[in-house]
Ligand binder design. Sequence first.
Ligand SMILES: O=C(O)CCC(=O)C(=O)O
Length: 298
Amino acid sequence: MSQQDIRPAPKGFTPEQWDTFMADGFLVIEDAMSDDDVGRYRDAVDQLWRDGGNYPDKNLGAQNIVEKHPTFVELIDPPRHVGYVYDVYGELLKMILSHALVRTRGAWHNAWHPDGARLVPYGVYTDQPMQIKIGLWLTDLPEPGMGNFVCLPDSHRSQALDAYTTHESLEGERILQCQAGTMTMMHGSIWHRVEDNETDIPRKNIFLSYSPSWVVAADRHTSDPEWLDTVGREQRIIMRSYSNGYTNHKPPKDDSPLFLDRDTGLDIDAGADEKIPVGIRKRKTTIEKFRERDLVRH
Ligand SMILES: O=C(O)CCC(=O)C(=O)O
């Protein structure tokens, strides 16, 4: 693959957005999606819901949806969000989960928990997010009591919460009230729960989780090779469908660069050793560069 065919990384975090994200563990971007995109994604979620057998009264929780519905392939690496997760995980970016949800009146909903490992949470090792979950919101949620997502801002630094496993409402919690078309980003260690849905409006959304490639995927071991042959280069790389586990730590050289540097259009950082071949030559993440330049607090 010649370097001309490789895209520069799409736009991602501003230093201010990164600091808000790291201070709260959560970031909201309103009007992130066009009405057309919201409509297409909602139709595809509805199709999975109808085909899955729970329609119309019970929840949908369909996983690995990028493989299950052609509309969702574009959600692996859309310019709308892939640059943000690339800023954090850089050349080792991997999608670990794609998840479509419908939450209906009175149905089961999650109690307080963080994502990822519980016995030894990610936060034991690092305060950096070992997982970022992008939320795409497909129905208007103007009020609480609509199956809303709820988080406790700034709780991602804590590995314990008295309300763990309960549905208690906590002081300081943030009940997400938003319009369809909103995108959210969630630090994997933040404590969160789900509101009961007391309405007849089913809450519909999509979650897309990303990690470094050496974190095990949550919704598959590997992807169907025939499906993988149909997707674009960056999409195939980001799925990290490697049959040998250690390849997730040291991907094949053709899977690098995933993207070129957004600012320079190069696959090498300033000052890096040109003798070292692409693929094993370290590339900095945007967040590392923000820190080097003292642009961020976290
Ligand atoms: O559906 C939601 O709002 C949150 C679901 C949840 O708790 C999770 O994805 O870990």
